[in-house]
Design a protein around this ligand. Sequence first.
Ligand SMILES: C[S@@+](CC[C@H](N)C(=O)[O-])C[C@H]1O[C@@H](n2cnc3c(N)ncnc32)[C@H](O)[C@@H]1O
Length: 219
Amino acid sequence: MILQQGKKTIFYTRDELISRLAGYERTLIDLGTGDGRFVYRQAGENPHIFYIGVDAIGENMQELSQRVLKKPTRGGRPNAIFIVASIENLPPELTGLADTITINFPWGYLLKALIQPEFHILRSIVTLAKPDARLVMLVNYSVFENQNYIERLDIPAMTTDRITEVLQPTYKQAGIILTNFAFLSRDVPHRTTWGQRLILGSARETLLLEGLINPLSVV
Ligand SMILES: C[S@@+](CC[C@H](N)C(=O)[O-])C[C@H]1O[C@@H](n2cnc3c(N)ncnc32)[C@H](O)[C@@H]1O
């Protein structure tokens, strides 16, 4: 798989990653990590957890993927790495590693795949997880008020009925039990670059979806 390190990209093997994970209590994979600020911040607050930020666009991760390499006293984060990969082609090197998977404020195909939902994408997210891993997703709910965007992406409006009648059963079939959903108007559990922008911009609503992943389940 491709590791982003500042402006460089490096081929990184599963064995190299597994040896980096030694000694950490848990691993979190953040899909669609953007500039990686959520991963960077969390890695500083929780040095016993290993963080893997994944995004299709490596360029946006350049700054923080460089900063993590510094000494911890100078802002380095030995417990964080950034991988360039799209949700459509998740690297097999990440299989079965995550205790937690987060997806914060997805857009484009990432958003569509989660809310349509696209079964094969859900299945490939599940392959990243350890048994009983947590999934936490934050979706910018205001996109559903933007008719142009909805039509362009060809995505359905996200009502409570759609969550219970379509998302919950499809996620379950893919191996994810959606345990909770809620509409949050200001405070959201993850501080990310996009989350801050949306919240500061106006009183936008965020849809929180939480789940438990069981990669061994086939319903
Ligand atoms: C609105 S940004 C959110 C970034 C970050 N999670 C945050 O909250 O600041 C959406 C991110 O999803 C990524 N993304 C969109 N489609 C993707 C795909 N198919 N595979 C992987 N990442 C994707 C984009 O590159 C972008 O960084």
